[in-house]
Design a protein around this ligand. Structure first.
Ligand code: FAD
Length: 294
């Protein structure tokens, strides 16, 4: 496979030709992320079925073309120069099925839909079911891992497998799917019995998070026993600006895009924040944000 973007994109289009779905060539990724940052992908493919997604991943792997799956784009930072390969978007994969063992959903089902089905603990968290499983999304009320009964995935040898919860290796904002970059194809969920009105939770998030600007939520994981936001605030980092990216004054663990921010601006702020917190508190902050490196 040639590495020239034009040839690469055309070869990718040919490779995916017979698969149902939509495709865009040299498509900027910024509009597909909540950060509104990211250059073009060689090809952005929206498979119409999970089977088309599986086949696209298998073919890209066989040709050694880099590939990435995205859902809501609420936790990713793509480089300004874009992604030299295939980005697969799950927006059309939204089927849901009630089975005896619970609810099964495709990866593109929005988290907000899961919330309306009863998964109130994730109220206000943007993104897709697939992204939520990969990131083990959660709030102070709980994480998706507590409700997952099984996850269907694609193994590196090209076979489809169904993982029970213990094989998903969920931990704080992490899973085997994030660690090993495994596709999430379908998710089985047992929804909580307890019901709760989410209006108050949403209002609290609006009060405490800078939702008026594009962002990717919390940038850093909370270290053991302390919040990353508190450390960043106490280190005097709130309001720090690089280019068009700013450490939010409302919530220090958010970096916001003031308009036209580049990935390089965000990465500089991340480095500055990590260095400052290490110097002041001797604590190494690690990333919750998924930084795509090419
Ligand atoms: C304003 C705001 C508030 C937020 N608040 C919270 C919060 O309270 N709690 C929390 O946990 N998160 C929060 N987030 C982060 C984000 O909402 C979650 O991480 C969410 O689970 C991301 O889902 P997504 O579909 O957008 O994932 P994406 O950003 O699309 O992808 C995230 C990662 O998962 C991978 N991925 C996505 N779909 C698949 C798939 N089907 N198969 C394999 N890999 C896949 C991507 O390649 C990437 O590595 C917040 C974000 C924002 C912008």
């Amino acid at each position: 496979m040639a590495l020239d973007p034009r040839d690469g994109a055309l070869a990718l289009l040919r490779l995916l030709e017979d698969l149902p779905g939509e495709r865009r060539i040299h498509e900027p990724l910024a509009p597909y992320t909540t950060f509104r940052i990211g250059g073009p992908a060689w090809v952005l493919f929206f498979p119409a079925t999970v089977e088309a997604l599986i086949e696209a991943v298998r073919r890209a792997q066989a040709e050694k073309i880099p590939s990435r799956i995205i859902g809501g784009g609420a936790k990713v930072l793509f480089p300004d120069q874009g992604f030299p390969g295939l980005v697969i978007h799950t927006r059309f994969l939204r089927r849901e099925e009630e089975r005896e063992d619970g609810l099964w959903v495709e990866p593109g089902v929005p988290i907000s839909t899961l919330v309306s089905r009863g998964l109130w603990v994730l109220a206000g968290v943007p993104g897709s079911a697939g992204g939520a499983v990969v990131m083990n999304a959660g709030t102070r009320y709980g994480s998706i891992s507590s409700f997952v009964t099984a996850v269907q995935t694609l193994l590196p040898d090209g076979s489809v497998a169904t993982f029970p919860p213990e094989e998903c290796r969920f931990s704080y904002r992490n899973s085997v799917f994030r660690e090993k970059r495994l596709p999430v194809l379908r998710v089985g969920l047992r929804l909580p019995e307890e019901k709760r009105l989410v209006t108050e939770i949403l209002a609290e998030r609006r009060r405490t998070q800078p939702l008026e600007f594009p962002s990717a939520g919390c940038i850093f994981r909370n270290p053991e026993g302390v919040s990353a936001g508190w450390l960043l605030d106490r280190a005097g980092l709130k309001g720090t600006v690089v280019g068009a990216a700013k450490i939010s004054e409302k919530h220090a663990n958010f970096i916001v895009n003031l308009g036209g921010a580049m990935a390089t601006h965000v990465l500089s702020l991340i480095e500055l924040a990590q260095n400052t917190v290490r110097r002041v508190f001797g604590v190494q902050l690690t990333l919750e944000l998924e930084v795509v490196r090419t």
